[in-house]
Design a protein around this ligand. Structure first.
Ligand code: GRF
Length: 219
C-alpha cells in the first residue's frame, strides 16, 4: 500500500479528486497518510481533517530561517513515512534536501502543457493569463516528477483542454481543473501505486498493466 503525503496551499480540489478516486476504487493500493499546508486557513486542511487524515500546517512564516523551515518540512514528511509526495497546488519552494531524499518520489500538477507557460512566475491564474495572451487554442495540465528546477522534472501524464472564445483566465482555470487536473493527478497516483511508472535517463516510461499484458497474450 503506497503511503501518500499531499502538500497543499489552498482549496484542495486536487486533494479531493485523489480522495474521491481512492473511495471509488479508480486509485488502488494507495492511502493518504497526511496532508501538509503552508497556509493555516487552507480549506484543503478541513477536507483532510473531515476524513480523519492527519492535516498539519508547516509555514515558513513560523520559523526564524528558511533552513529551520526546511528541516521542519522534511521531519513532517518523514513522520508520515510517505512513499510518495504529491504537490497539489503547493506554493512553497520544495527544500533541496527533500528533493534529494525523495528523488523521483515527488510529483506536481501544473495547469498547462509543459514546456508551455511553466517555470518561474507561472503559477495560479498567471498560467492561464499567459495562455490567453499568447492566443493558444489548446492548453491543458501536466503531472511531472519534481527535480531541482521549476517545472523541469520528467513528465508523467499530460491532458489537453480546448481554449474557447470568450474564455477569461478564471473560466479557463476551471475547465483545465475539471477536464484535466482532476483526471490525470489521480491517474498518475494510481500508476505509481501499482508500480507502473519508471524513470530512465530523465524520461518516464509507463508500463502496461497486467490486464493489458494478459489481453495481448490471449489475442
Ligand atoms: C491548481 O490549479 C494546480 O494546478 C495549481 O494550483 C491549483 C490548486 O488548486 N498548481 P486546488 O487547491 O487543488 O483546488
Amino acid at each position: 500500500m503506497l503511503k501518500i503525503a499531499v502538500c497543499v496551499s489552498g482549496g484542495g480540489t486536487n486533494l479531493q479528486a485523489i480522495m474521491d478516486a481512492i473511495d471509488r476504487g479508480t486509485v488502488t493500493n494507495a492511502q493518504i497518510a497526511g496532508v501538509i499546508s503552508n497556509n493555516p486557513n487552507a480549506y484543503a486542511l478541513k477536507r483532510a481533517a473531515g476524513r480523519g487524515i492527519s492535516a498539519v500546517c508547516v509555514s515558513p512564516k513560523d520559523y526564524g530561517s528558511r533552513e529551520q523551515f526546511n528541516r521542519a518540512f522534511l521531519e513532517t514528511l518523514d513522520s508520515f513515512a510517505a512513499d510518495l509526495v504529491v504537490l497539489a497546488g503547493f506554493l512553497v519552494v520544495i527544500p533541496p534536501q527533500v528533493i534529494e531524499k525523495y528523488r523521483n518520489r515527488i510529483i506536481n500538477i501544473h495547469p498547462s502543457l509543459i514546456p508551455s507557460f511553466c517555470g518561474k512566475g507561472y503559477y495560479g491564474l498567471k498560467v492561464h493569463e499567459g495562455a490567453l495572451a499568447r492566443g493558444v487554442k489548446v492548453t491543458g495540465a501536466t503531472v511531472h516528477f519534481v527535480d531541482e528546477g521549476t517545472d523541469t522534472g520528467p513528465i508523467i501524464l499530460q491532458k489537453a483542454v480546448e481554449v474557447l472564445p470568450g474564455d477569461t483566465p478564471e473560466i479557463l482555470q476551471k475547465r483545465v481543473m475539471e477536464q484535466a487536473e482532476w483526471v490525470i493527478l489521480p491517474q498518475a497516483v494510481d500508476l505509481i501505486a501499482n508500480g507502473r511508472v519508471s524513470v530512465q535517463d530523465g524520461q518516464v516510461r509507463i508500463l502496461e498493466s497486467e490486464q493489458q499484458t494478459g489481453r495481448e497474450e490471449s489475442e
